[in-house]
Design a protein around this ligand. Structure first.
Ligand SMILES: C[S@@+](CC[C@H](N)C(=O)[O-])C[C@H]1O[C@@H](n2cnc3c(N)ncnc32)[C@H](O)[C@@H]1O
Length: 288
């Protein structure tokens, strides 16, 4: 069994499932899992049975989480259909990450324009920092003033619906965080658009909600390193894994850049679309 302390703050290059089997149980406060969706033509996304794949991941997460810890599993709308995860984790919410601007594709059915982020806990959640993730109320003044005369949806009692000037619970449909575009400053490479790199704001909301400063966060499929970068910024410790050595280097370089904000992205990343097989060319890296 690997000592988890020796893996903290590093990106392990290798297969996440093998790596997880070496880690001791009850190590993590939070797991953010943005792995294969089984929808693209990437070799790493070629998973024959995504529900079974996800069930095996959830079993591992159940072992690796501390009691009350949380796991977020990214995927498409059917990512946890027809599997019984209940012996291992409790599904608290299926968050819909809504992308109204996603290009309409296909003519035979409705274009899918959302991802699902399944929020699981190991027993009762030990952390849910609602105040850290409140979003603007976006209601008219007249409605705000009427709030206390609105009956509670739970028990019909009046006086429970109080307007909070600090904002409201973001709910489970998130349309306020846009996917990255070619113009996004945080995009590390055009190659990583859409299928790989997620917005920092999205990971930030999950990490702020379900962990505290000093907590240990695990990202088994870290790609371009969005979760590690956000963890460092928010004073969370992390352990990360990624199978592709190029992405490991990108993530490492990105963390170096985040740590020394004076340096510009251009100094750290040197991507070339003319590289072999269209792969990014990396100028600076530190691998574990
Ligand atoms: C959706 S991307 C993650 C993106 C990441 N959240 C970000 O913002 O950059 C999924 C990643 O999982 C990696 N991956 C796929 N199978 C893996 C495996 N068995 N072990 C480790 N990493 C894997 C892929 O190489 C890819 O970088």
């Amino acid at each position: 069994m690997r000592n988890v302390d020796s893996a903290i703050g590093k990106i392990h290059q290798g297969d996440a499932r093998a790596f997880m089997s070496e880690l001791p149980g009850e190590s993590f406060d939070l797991i953010v899992c943005d792995g294969p969706y089984a929808v693209t033509t990437h070799e790493w996304d070629n998973v024959a049975d995504i529900q079974h794949f996800n069930l095996e991941l959830l079993k591992s997460f159940s072992r690796l989480l501390k009691p009350g810890g949380a796991a977020y599993l990214f995927g498409k709308p059917d990512s946890v259909d027809f599997i019984d995860y209940r012996p291992w984790l409790t599904l608290q919410s299926r968050i819909v990450w809504y992308q109204p601007s996603r290009l309409a594709q296909g003519r035979v059915s409705y274009t899918n324009n959302y991802d699902v982020i399944c929020y699981f806990t190991k027993g009762k959640a030990k952390t849910f920092n609602l105040d850290a993730i409140r979003v603007p109320q976006l209601v008219e003044l007249a409605h705000r003033l009427r709030c206390e005369n609105v009956p509670s949806v739970r028990n019909g009692k009046y006086g429970k619906t109080v307007f909070n000037p600090n904002g409201k619970n973001p709910g489970d449909v998130w349309g306020d965080i846009k996917q990255l575009t070619y113009k996004s400053k945080e995009l590390v490479s055009r190659e990583l658009l859409n299928t790989i790199q997620k917005p920092e704001k999205l990971m930030e909301r999950l990490i702020k909600a379900s962990s505290k400063p000093g907590d240990l966060v695990f990202d088994p499929f870290c790609g371009a390193g969005t979760v590690p970068v956000v963890c460092e910024r928010l004073d969370r410790r992390f352990v990360a894994c990624e199978i592709n050595p190029d992405y490991c280097r990108i993530a490492e370089a990105r963390m170096t850049k985040a740590a020394s904000s004076e340096e510009s992205a251009e100094n750290l990343f040197e991507f070339s679309t003319h590289g072999r097989n269209g792969r990014p060319v990396i100028s600076q890296a530190r691998l574990v």
